[in-house]
Design a protein around this ligand. Structure first.
Ligand code: AMP
Length: 569
């Protein structure tokens, strides 16, 4: 562990006296330094103190309680259903997420972690409990149920964590929490994390925590005028769509020089590879690079050879770069202060800068905390849809042609143009030439044909119906409903047609646009999202024209073959 590389890898965490295998796990995950909540919460938790942590998802709070929890575990030796640590979370989604985090941090310690939540087969959970577990991560309803069945015992719990305590109360778990907390043995340690501190949380803290150390991350004050003039926008997209969404946003924004921030060096490397694959000039910058390598990257960035710098906060600290057009938070920073720090790199010297942030469903509270600290709104924006990208590409083709027209060197084509125009309608000749120019420059349109589903901040979870209802195996802890996609104001009501031909038949989005625009006489700007899969395609058209378009497509051929078309319900 004492090689120069490993010291650099986990330097930020070493001061806490964590177990070497935890440090190794953090280095392998690419964490370069603790987030603010980790910096504040780790020491008291490692000392065995109770902690009240005011922090939302996205701040790194999971590691803040998981590392001390794992550090404290003495391996094995526990009886069936007698965990040494209990983590209570509001939803099944979070139970899985926290268990995964515990697994990845605790790999080297062979910690046995079991998520238990409602809505799934209880028998498997009972069997796992039987075999013995070190940590149970549970939704309160299921935990209480297992306790009442006698399958779970809390008699040997040394550390209990209440994660997102305010949400657990909002979901109506107050009675379950009280019942569970009253079963814990004397002398156990408690950590309670909550994004907000309503009176009901203070009451739990007063009853169940002993002289807790309070840590919070959103109390920094930002001096008026400290923030530059920056257009701030956020895109709410799920993790699986984040890369595709970023690529689209970059295509539309066309930043001249941007820093993209990722949380870990692993993420930096993988995002950089993706961006290179999409034809962007990107370079990675993180703490794993030697000084010489970093200098080389910075030289290329400053010279403009590289337009996108993908970096961790640590690597970007202390860099003096002027005139950045964009700061992009591909991952949310761990605190509002870090956000202010990041976006301060754009919008300098009287120029308006742009700060774009990508966030997931559970991270909207951190976005709100950032707004509170900066006292500036962050506008929720929509990821550009397939139709917008197509329109943008067409516009670029138009600009290319106009630029060429203003330039020189067309003499050798003039004769050909005149001959072609003598043999066919000039506008048809031009359209054919434009089609070729467009095809040569437009890039991979297929990847970007459809729309990326955006998510909305979760509405307040509805309280559970009644505590006295029979144990709710089916509903308790189930994922909360996703928000509806925002309406598309520009396109009006749309209907989706499904065509039984896709990539295998050689079909491209352009073929559908061509057929619909030319044969059904629907302006291409009215066509919505297009999705071409291996064997079929979907296209959105104005609802009022759907039947007509379907009939026209049935009557024509696409890539030389007849197709069947149906209206998707
Ligand atoms: P959480 O707020 O616990 O949900 O964490 C948000 C994200 O930050 C997760 O993807 C973690 O893996 C990541 N993360 C947590 N701590 C760090 C750190 N010190 N450095 C980099 N990434 C981190």
């Amino acid at each position: 562990m004492n090689s120069p590389t490993s010291e650099r890898d986990s330097a930020g965490f070493e001061a806490f006296g964590l177990h070497p295998s935890l440090l190794q796990a953090l280095a392998a995950l690419g964490y370069e330094e603790p987030t603010p909540i980790q910096r504040e919460a780790l020491p008291p938790l490692l000392e065995g103190r109770d902690v009240l942590g005011l922090a939302a998802t996205g701040t790194g709070k999971t590691a803040a309680f998981s590392l001390p929890l794992l550090q404290r575990l003495t391996p094995g030796g526990r009886g069936a259903g007698e965990p040494a640590a209990l983590v209570l979370v509001p939803t099944r989604e979070l139970a899985v997420q926290v268990s995964e985090a515990l697994h990845s941090y605790g790999k080297g310690l062979a910690a046995r972690v079991l998520p238990v939540y409602g809505g799934t087969d209880v028998v498997r959970q009972l069997r796992r409990l039987e075999k013995g577990v070190d940590v149970v991560v549970a939704t309160p309803g299921r935990a209480l149920d297992l306790l009442q069945r006698g399958s779970l015992s809390l008699g040997r719990v040394e550390l209990v964590v209440l994660d997102e305590a305010d949400e657990m109360l909002d979901m109506g778990f107050a009675d379950e929490l009280e019942a569970l907390l009253s079963e814990l043995p004397e002398g156990h340690q408690t950590a309670l994390f909550s994004a907000t501190l309503p009176a009901r949380i203070s009451a739990i803290v007063g009853r169940h925590l002993r002289s807790p150390v309070q840590v919070r991350i959103d109390r920094e004050k930002v001096e008026p005028g400290a923030l530059p003039r920056v257009r701030q926008q956020a895109f709410l997209v799920s993790r699986e769509h984040r890369e595709a969404a970023l690529v689209r946003v970059l295509r539309v924004e066309q930043p001249a020089s941007a820093i993209l921030f990722c949380r870990t060096r692993t993420d930096v490397d993988s995002l950089c590879a993706t961006l290179l694959g999409h034809g962007f000039r990107a370079e990675a910058l993180h703490g794993g690079l030697s000084q010489e390598q970093r200098d080389r990257v910075m030289k290329r960035f400053k010279a403009g050879t590289v337009e996108l710098l993908v970096a961790t906060d640590v690597a970007a600290r202390g860099l003096h770069i002027d005139g950045l057009s964009h700061v992009i938070n591909y991952d949310l920073p761990g605190s509002p202060e870090a956000y202010v720090h990041r976006i301060g790199r754009t919008g300098r010297a009287g120029k308006e800068g742009v700060a774009l942030t990508f966030a997931g469903t559970r991270e909207h509270r951190l976005l709100q905390a950032i707004e509170r600290v900066t006292k500036q709104p962050i506008e929720l924006a929509r990821v550009p849809g397939g139709a917008e990208l197509r329109a943008l590409r067409l516009e670029r083709t138009r600009e290319r042609v106009l630029e060429a027209l203003a330039g020189e060197g067309q003499e050798e084509f003039r004769q050909m143009a005149e001959a072609l125009c003598a043999s066919a309608e000039p506008s048809a000749v031009l359209a054919a030439a434009l089609q070729l120019v467009h095809a040569a420059h437009a890039g991979n349109v297929e990847d970007e044909a459809g729309d990326i589903p955006s998510i909305t901040a979760p509405a307040k979870a509805p309280p559970r119906k009644s505590r006295s209802a029979p144990p709710g195996w089916a509903s308790e802890g189930a994922p909360r409903p996703r928000g509806q996609r925002p309406p598309r104001p520009s396109l009006g009501a749309m209907a989706t047609l499904v065509v039984n031909a896709g990539r295998r038949a050689g079909l491209r989005p352009a073929d559908l646009v061509g057929a619909i625009a030319n044969e059904a006489q629907i302006p291409s700007k009215s066509i919505g999202a297009i999705q071409v899969t291996e064997s079929f395609s979907r296209v959105e058209v104005p609802e009022k024209s759907a039947a007509h378009v379907a009939a026209v497509l049935r009557g024509t051929t696409l890539r030389g073959r007849k197709v069947s078309v149906r209206l998707e319900r």
